[in-house]
Design a protein around this ligand. Sequence first.
Ligand code: TLP
Length: 344
Amino acid sequence: MSRSIDLRSDTVTLPTDAMRRAMAEAEVGDDVYGEDPTVRRLEELGAEMVGKEAALFVPTGTMGNQVAVMTHTRRGEEVILEADSHIFFYEVGGLAALSGVQARTVPGRRGAMDPGQVEAAVREDNIHFPRTALVCLENTHNRSGGTVVPLENMAAVADVARRHGAAVHLDGARIFNAATALGVPPSKVAAPADSVMFALSKGLAAPVGSLVAGRREWVERARKNRKLLGGGMRQVGVLAAAGIVALTSMVGRLAEDHANARRLGEGIASIPGLAVDLETVQTNMVSFEVNKPGLTALELVARMGEQGVKANATGSSRIRLVTHKDVSAADVDETLRVLRRLLA
Ligand code: TLP
């Protein structure tokens, strides 16, 4: 069977040979006792890269975001976040189920919330109201098609939060894609936030893992909440070792994924029956509409699958394609050939 082209997500990336070697050779210890030297190295390296005092290794981005929310809030408080944000849309209701907080959503434009609307959503002091404890940002913004939220917008929203005594958390699962697209270090993207979660297991191709970073005292409280959620891992340096390879050798190549997404987006824009807003193709994703009467996104995804191209439907007429290190320019061209045939 010929290999398929997997554009469902950058989470499907396979670990590199260098990662497998580092994993096999990793020096380990019991991380719940703080005795795994490889985890410590990863946490220090990650914290430094995003310009924060300390970081915590977590098994998934979802746990990282949820631990962050739990550490910033108390039960019954309110969290402001973008209506299509991952934390609100894709984390199984964790805000309510795990932290007992309530979500107040604000619509965004390509992931960016209007600071005025955020300000209007902040609760004033009133005996009836929950306290607004936290504002969450996301960069790059997944459901907008991997768009980059402008740094000025992040700073303006963070400023609103601070003026009202609320903390700011950044879901930076793809912070390195944002930094690559903006041509700035990731610490600049994380700067407006008190805490940031970023993934090692997406475009950077580690098999597992994310980091949550912030002030040292905050990270120690987050460590306790990670334990509460069952995320205290033992000789986990075997995984952290792959994370170190991810951070030290996989960031530089993300521009290649962005170029492939652009090539894919431009090709899709020329196919009758498909529509893509090329202005949203800013990093490693292409989110497009299926406009052919009688053809749903799910049906097109199924037909693409039969032709060896895997994709995800993200709405009844919307499909998302994600480029990553296991997708070449030739794979992009093959994907475009398949789409042209299917839409003919
Ligand atoms: N996103 C996944 C799915 O959950 C949708 C994907 O394929 O894109 N924040 C953002 C912005 C994310 O895109 C994701 C994963 C997460 C958090 C959660 O990370 P994991 O999958 O490690 O829990």
